[in-house]
Write a protein that binds this ligand. Structure first.
Ligand SMILES: C[S@@+](CC[C@H](N)C(=O)[O-])C[C@H]1O[C@@H](n2cnc3c(N)ncnc32)[C@H](O)[C@@H]1O
Length: 245
């Protein structure tokens, strides 16, 4: 652990504030800022939280939906229980985990999907950014068909190749798509949040998935490398690695 990392964490006011107010993660304040500005989560909503551990966003979502609401969270890591939430441990790309997630809603329509999903940071931004786009795409492909028309979708994504194509794909599906940088994000952060509101009723009739649309756009721009044999870094992602060189 570097000295810089240690001093940044020790002096992080959002981390302190989270501890004082009983939130498990500083990221809780990012969702609070999003809620204050865009109001995507309503009382009584059923909310899917993808990449939910340690549970800061789920805590905020539970407060907002109240007792009539439901929050279902999925993460590779276990999340300690929260009253009003149901947690599933596993990979959102795994079909069994997807089935368990659908079942957890017990026939209830999903009103809002929130996702703060992040890759395991490798330290190489081009790789981490490509995996971030890939994860968000997977979340879209799985969750948007389950989302009620009129519903909202919020996701974190790392800025870089594929982001504009992702925004275009989301604009075809939602009436409003905002790019938002919460002040509680670290200054140096390259993450951004997409806040999408009012899922259009015809979205399930679109022929291409969000993933297909992004793949096409990256291929056209010449930045989707379809199987580079020289690439020696293995990345768990549905896309090949995007490279600009
Ligand atoms: C920044 S953390 C989320 C923090 C959370 N919003 C909170 O407030 O506590 C990102 C999470 O995404 C999860 N994640 C990454 N890839 C995933 C996958 N394929 N399936 C499920 N969760 C995943 C990680 O395990 C990690 O816990």
């Amino acid at each position: 652990m570097s000295k810089r990392w240690f001093s940044e964490h020790r002096s992080d006011p959002w981390r302190r504030k989270a501890r004082q107010e009983g939130y498990r993660a500083r990221s809780a304040f990012k969702l609070k800022e999003i809620q204050e500005k865009f109001n995507p989560i309503r009382h009584g909503d059923a909310v899917l939280d993808v990449g939910c551990a340690p549970g800061g966003w789920s805590q905020v979502a539970c407060e907002l939906v109240g007792r009539e609401g439901l929050v279902v969270g999925v993460d590779l890591q276990a999340t300690s229980p929260i009253d009003g939430a149901h947690f599933i441990v596993g990979d959102i790309q795994d079909e069994m985990i997807q089935d368990a997630t659908r079942e957890a809603f017990n026939g209830r329509v999903i009103n809002t999907v929130i996702s703060d999903i992040s890759p395991d940071i490798s330290g190489r931004y081009d790789i981490d950014q490509a995996v971030s786009i890939d994860l968000v795409t997977m979340v879209c492909n799985f969750s948007l068909p389950l989302l009620n028309p009129g519903g909202a979708f919020i996701t974190k994504v790392f800025q870089g190749p594929g982001l504009d194509a992702l925004v275009r794909a989301l604009k075809r599906r939602f009436s409003k798509v905002h790019r938002f940088s919460p002040i509680s994000s670290r200054n140096a952060s390259s993450e951004i949040y997409l806040v999408c509101k009012n899922l259009k009723p015809h979205h399930n009739g679109l022929i291409q998935t969000v993933g297909d649309e992004i793949n096409d756009a990256l291929s056209k721009e010449g930045i989707l490398d379809e199987g580079n044999e020289e690439e020696d870094i293995e990345v768990k992602t549905g896309f090949s690695v995007h490279r600009r060189d």
